[in-house]
Design a protein around this ligand. Structure first.
Ligand code: FCB
Length: 470
């Protein structure tokens, strides 16, 4: 185990931790909140491990003041959280629900009082159910409804928010939600998934426009789970082409419109047998292409692909739970091979070199766009020791190695401004429920008591010294 290389980070580097509304808040039926697609999905038998739901989660809705205390004690410079659209607009449209707004307004004030910068994500997957009933992200109107919601939030929270992030990992929303069905709303309709990709890109652009219509100087962002995809045999043209196809679906389907104003031609060609992309209207790509102040990068592991021979059983080791279909729309001749270990409790391979590679790639392809690592962390099967402590050396090691990898990218020119550990608290890990623990702070799901793991103590030291211990 290594706890550090002694590396220091640039002055002003932002140290944070991240959470998301549905994963921590609970109080699903309180404060005027309407149902989201994750309430419906998690309450559908067979969709989540052990039938877990976010009904109670970490009960952060009631314990937010205690959680602010932990945030302050850790010394976080920033806290990344998301606002639940169905708390603000219970049916996804129409007037705002005052109680929902008040909750977030108090949270933001509490952060500012403690000197912590609020980094807000408007959409971390809890779409109001009524909007899904009207077609969800496969429908264009949802992007316009998102812009209305973004404008409400900008009016309410104004310049108290440090960074406005439109979406978290639209890759997951589109492909896991509408193609594989592993996530809410659990649909397995490949063409709808590509429509969702587009409407999420459009929502991002309209959302930034809406926020800036209220706050012209707002710092705007989006968080993408950019994939590092490697060919099994780099000398094989077929394997390299498999990696290119997956890269188009995973990365360039979003960075294309958002950062360059156009979908890549190869993506449109690769998926032409699934859809004609006629849902993209004139001007949409320009709308998606709003200037952003910082790109949020979520990074956990890498992917390994090759051309499938069409005969042997197809390997689908892409790190995502089995579901109704493949998230890799149109890539029927590609297979995902299990990368070399070690692995976390998610089954994800640990490969910090991928983070260096990814940050340098973004720096090269999109120069001038500063970056923050908005999620990075690991689930392990933590246990509570007889002394009441949670010794999680593997998590410390994981974070230390990834911080060192991030530092190496900075050394080579990447403009990286901050790092957010996923996650502040153990929480509802989507279709895997409460079984996978990512927190720096343990949550006892019987008592809801919070206990700092060793990694929390360690991270506090890292923050205090603006770098890794030697
Ligand atoms: C990311 C999600 C986050 C969390 C981590 C483990 O894909 O954004 O909510 O579930 O994975």
């Amino acid at each position: 185990m290594s706890t550090g290389t002694g590396r220091r980070f640039p002055d002003g580097f932002l140290w944070g931790s991240a959470t998301a509304s549905y994963q921590i808040e609970g109080a699903a039926k309180e404060g005027g909140r309407g149902p989201s697609i994750w309430d419906t999905f998690s309450h559908t038998p067979g969709k989540t491990l052990n039938g877990d739901t976010g009904d109670v989660a970490d009960d952060h809705y009631h314990r937010w003041q205690e959680d602010l205390g932990h945030i302050a004690d850790l010394g976080l410079g920033a806290y990344r959280f998301s606002t639940a659209w169905p708390r603000v607009q219970p049916g996804g449209r129409g007037p705002a629900n005052r109680e929902g707004l008040d909750f977030y307004s108090r949270l933001v004030d509490g952060l500012l009082e403690r000197g912590v910068k609020p980094v807000l994500t408007l959409y971390h997957w809890d779409l109001p159910q009524d909007l899904e009933d009207a077609g969800g992200w496969a429908t264009r109107d949802t992007a316009h409804r998102f812009a209305d919601y973004a404008e409400i939030m900008a009016h309410e929270l104004g310049d108290r928010v440090e960074t406005w992030t439109t979406l978290n990992e639209p890759w997951c929303s589109a492909y896991l939600g509408y193609a594989s069905g592993a996530h809410a709303p659990g649909r397995a309709e490949p063409a709808a998934a590509l429509a969702a990709v587009h409407h999420l890109n459009l929502a991002h652009g309209l959302g930034i426009q809406a926020v800036r219509s209220v706050l012209p100087a707002a710092r705007a962002s989006v968080t993408l789970n950019l994939h590092v995809i490697r060919p099994v045999d780099p000398s094989s043209e077929q394997d390299r082409d498999a990696a290119r196809r997956v890269d188009a679906l995973a990365n360039r389907a979003f960075t294309g419109p958002m950062l360059t104003g156009a979908y890549p031609d190869d993506l449109l060609a690769d998926t032409a047998h699934v859809t004609d992309w006629s849902f993209v209207r004139d001007g949409d790509e320009a709308t998606a292409h709003q200037p952003i102040d910082v790109l949020g990068v979520n990074y956990y592991s890498t992917g390994l692909v090759r051309r499938w021979d069409g005969v042997s059983p197809r390997s689908e080791d892409d790190g995502h739970a089995d579901a109704l279909g493949s998230p890799w729309v149109g890539a029927d001749d590609v297979e995902f091979v299990r990368p070399e270990g070690p692995y976390t409790a998610m089954g994800w391979n640990i490969d910090p070199s991928g983070l260096t590679e990814l940050l340098l790639r973004m720096h090269r392809e999109h120069p001038g766009v500063p970056m923050m690592i908005t999620e990075n962390g690991a689930a392990f099967a933590d246990t509570v020791s007889s002394d009441g402590a949670v010794h999680d050396p593997l998590r410390v090691d994981y974070i230390a190695r990834h911080l060192e990898a991030a530092g190496q990218a900075i050394d080579q020119g990447a403009d990286l401004r901050g790092y957010f550990a996923w996650s502040l608290l153990d929480n509802f890990e989507w279709s895997l429920g409460y079984d996978r623990r990512f927190g720096l702070i343990r949550v006892d799901y019987d008592t809801l008591e919070r206990t700092w793991k060793d990694s929390a103590h360690w991270y506090r030291e890292v923050i205090a010294r603006n770098g890794l211990p030697g």
